[in-house]
Design a protein around this ligand. Sequence first.
Ligand SMILES: [Zn+2]
Length: 265
Amino acid sequence: MTRDPEDTVLRVGQSDSDRYDRMRRVGWVDMDAVHSARILVAGAGALGNEVVKNLVLAGFNTIDVADMDDIVVSNLSRCLFFRDGDVRKVMKSDVVAQRASEMNPDACVSSIPKRIQEIDDWDYDIALGCLDNIAARMHINSHTYFRNIPYIDGATDGFRGKVHVVLPGGPCLQCTMNRTHVREAEKRFTCTGSSSTYVPRMAADITTTAVVAAMQVREAIKIASGRMDMCLKHVAYYNGESCEMFTAEASVDPGCVNHLLREGV
Ligand SMILES: [Zn+2]
């Protein structure tokens, strides 16, 4: 049987001149809302690099990246925006902001080279946590929850990863804390860089980082598109060794201080 060439030729048309044509083909994605969403990325390490890369490629155009550290050699195996010449010379957030902006001329990625606890402007639509310590996580969790800002927290430990989506009124990170977490929060401050005060070296690899970062930005696309109903409920655990993932629903702790504050109790 002779095949009609008209059926097999992929023709170049307008769809190939639209940067987001393939995204728009996902019916529920609202690209206008994605473009206009104001995003905070807390942490510019391995997860922060991957998250910002995904955000910029996906069409998020207004992104602030916060991190207080400079770049060290051990960052280079997991951070696509970092180069050898950056080591000990530049701040992580500055490099991520500059090089991510170069990826997409429509994107405005700004650097906040300071501690998460020093952020005083919380004028954001979505926050993504790419942090390496529980104290900073709890800080951003509290500030976003109080202001009804959806928060997507990512974490990795070797080949294991976790994503927690905190939506207004839903269970927050604090609700899932136990005594072990509290003890860890008291002693752990940061991961790498010259400002470190206590440095437990966590196992890490780029493949798990990439999976967790992709899940975080996927949830951000849902939220920006007004589809919170599609969001993860509430925590996803990823095991890269067995290639398994499962989700777990959290519940609101009635004694959680974040809920009491939000409700004005
Ligand atoms: Zn809570």
